[in-house]
Design a protein around this ligand. Sequence first.
Ligand SMILES: Nc1ncnc2c1ncn2[C@@H]1O[C@H](COP(=O)(O)OP(=O)(O)O)[C@@H](O)[C@H]1O
Ligand SMILES: [Mg+2]
Length: 470
Amino acid sequence: MRISLKYRIAIIIFVLEAIMMTAVLWATLNHSEDAIREQFASNERAILEVMGGISHIALLTGEYSGLQPYLENLLQDSRIEQVMLVDQRGIIVAGTRPESIGRFPATFSTAVTLDPETQARKIWISKNIKDEDRLLGVLAMELSDAELVAATADAGKLGVSIAVTGMILIAIVGLVVGSLLTWRLAVVTDAANRFAEGDAMARTGFRGDDEISELGQTFDKMASSLQASAEESNSLIDQLSEKNAELEQFAYTVSHDLKTPLVTVKGYVGMLQKDLQADERERIEQDLGYIVAATDTMGSLLEDLLELSRVGRIVNESEEVSLTELFESVAAGMHLQIASRGADLTVQPQMPPVLVDRQRMAEVIQNLLENALKFSAKSNPPKIEVSASKEDDIIVCCVADNGIGVEPEFQDQIFGLFNRLSASYEGTGIGLALVKRIVEVHHGRVWVDSPGNGEGARFCFALPSIEKAA
Ligand SMILES: Nc1ncnc2c1ncn2[C@@H]1O[C@H](COP(=O)(O)OP(=O)(O)O)[C@@H](O)[C@H]1O
Ligand SMILES: [Mg+2]
């Protein structure tokens, strides 16, 4: 059987208090009974002393009628059962029971007798009455403690009713104390149950520094960290399935795009066979030219793919790199390309430094600059502007051009592998996928702003500042 802690505490308090109360009650009653008994007997002894004087005279004179009313008067004291005066012969000469006067021998003893009905004790006390050394007689008095027993019983009843009331009160106090001590435990249990049933927000919300508050706070901490790790693993699962989907898409596009030049090669090889049979020299050279172009395309596809697969797999040490310096050094390597298109490139001086894999970041910049050049070649003149700014912990760097722009509905697509918007520009469609991967490996993100429709595009990437990346 399960007994709640609240009731256990109440029971313990109740039992302890009950034992204490019984002990106190017992001691009080016993003490008072003894005290009353003692006083009781001493009162009667004093009476005996006083009456002894009168009895002395009566015994000397043999005149008892004067004594008789005094003795009868004594019966007003309810504790006195009977009184008798016995002379030296043993004959009752005066007493409160007239029928026994003149009887012999007088019987009284000092033993205590017990009334079987009332449980009252009866006791004889006596006084020897002497004249000088001569014994004249004995004055004896029978006492009963019936009244005392009744008084003690009343006191007992009162005591018991006080004790019972006290115990009921104590039982209530026990329950209240038990509840006060355990209600917060019930809160912890409730929170734990709710948490176990899937309510991730279940907390006790306890403050304070007593043991139960600490228990609640420890539970809250545990629940929070469990919740955090559950969230973390959920987001890992999401990321993983996203990556998996990406990988499937990747395998599909790679095989598809690699097949295209192969189909071209196969087609022209067939043509080549026919042209060889017909010995058409000019067409043979044309066929060969197409075959070489297709294999070139395949070569650069494979090269770019290889580069893409290296990102994240081969990681160089991160170093502090000035964006201005990096852009300038990449642009220097492209100066022929830039000059041949008459492009106007401006790089903002003193752009903030970043903590990056220098070689990979150079690839990002190279791809963005190449695209900007390629897709603004027909503008007059092509204008490319590089700038960067720092917002809180993030560095945002943008390459803006005045080229063909990207329509808003394609702005996400172009970062996918092999996605190109126009076949009239050369390319493999891998560049921006590479840019995206490299930036993401650096815990950043990349996007494009463009109104589309020939109005230029602004490609931006955001990276954590040096203080945050370190
Ligand atoms: N600066 C730009 N202006 C307009 N369109 C762009 C620009 N950069 C990239 N794009 C679009 O995004 C596509 C994908 O770019 P990218 O991945 O670098 O492939 P590629 O350069 O080989 O075509 C491009 O084919 C083009 O349609
Ligand atoms: Mg490109």
